[in-house]
Design a protein around this ligand. Sequence first.
Ligand code: 1CP
Length: 350
Amino acid sequence: MSPAPASASPADPDLVRAARGLPVSRTPVWFMRQAGRSLPEYRALRAGTRMLDACQDPDLITEITLQPVRRHGVDAAIFFSDIVLPLVVAGVDIEIKPGVGPVVASPVRTVAHVDALPDLEPDRLGFLQTAVRALVAELGPTPLIGFAGAPFTLATYLIEGGPSKEHARTKAFMYAEPEAWSRLLQKLSVSSSTFLRAQIDAGASAVQLFDSWAGVLSAADYAERVLPHSRAVFDGLGERDVPRIHFGVGTGELLPLIGDAGADVVGVDWRVPLDEAVRRVGPGRSLQGNLDPAVLLADRATVDREVRRVVEQAKGARGHIFNLGHGVLPETDPDVLTHVVELVHELTAR
Ligand code: 1CP
């Protein structure tokens, strides 16, 4: 399905304009996982608070979301939360273990488990809407990006019980129990849509759907067993006219399909150069990416060369949002992130 027709006013921020393929004053920049991770002020603020408690405290959400905007001068804030939060709020027993990631107390392994998964009631998201409203007021002209996990990536955590590399149990369930699989992804698409709608209705200017692990699938399996559910997340946003960004890691073979799920912007990791990504995605969508996060650990000359390369390779795209090819690595020097923002702005000022 094609994305909604482009509409934007000259007052829209560059991020929104780039997402819609409209002229910008300079290429907008933000970083996936810019909050948390590498910032000492984040670690200080989070000390003594469990991750999932922080994600449900409007004051902490607001302050952590603002930290990277103040420090780096990025062109967007990303709402501080986690992809498993809608499940947690719905009542699924999940913990985020430091140094590990989300761990599910009772993994979903049977049809009965799927049917027993609780739905997300929108009225439980008051804390989130309080935080979004506070953020929009504080951010002024800087847009806030809301986000959710895509059904496939959420299913990997529920089925595996935690982070995994191969996602073998997930795929086995997908092949062995196609009907339960489809019901599971359908349930997850409803909760992701609910989560995104709450953020948009409280004032988020754009949304990103993270299908981080979709790249483990063949294009045929992705198209048949996953894409319809990701499309349902976007369709569930109805007429809400904010740009939709869709991202996964290792999705080189899936790039045309990822766009088809209903995105205005396709996020690309570092494996596919952006000029090649333009050919795969087609002319009607903008691109986001795609500096290798590990480059930020190299010397300054290498960082500068690679940033210039990404900016050059994006020139044929309908619109470009500069980002990393995946999240900021925890050991990244925050000053390098600030430098990258300045360099991209300098290279692309019109
Ligand atoms: O900029 C930001 O940090 C914004 C907040 C944010 C976002 C967008 C967090 C906070 N998590 C996410 C999304 C998220 N969470 C994704 C999609 C993006 C991606 O691919 O990186 C995924 C896959 C998760 C799941 C998750 N949560 C992991 C990965 C585990 C694995 O499978 O390898 C981890 C480590 C977490 C915990 C987490 N989420 C966020 C933070 C700051 C942390 C670390 C917890 C802590 O500080 O104690």
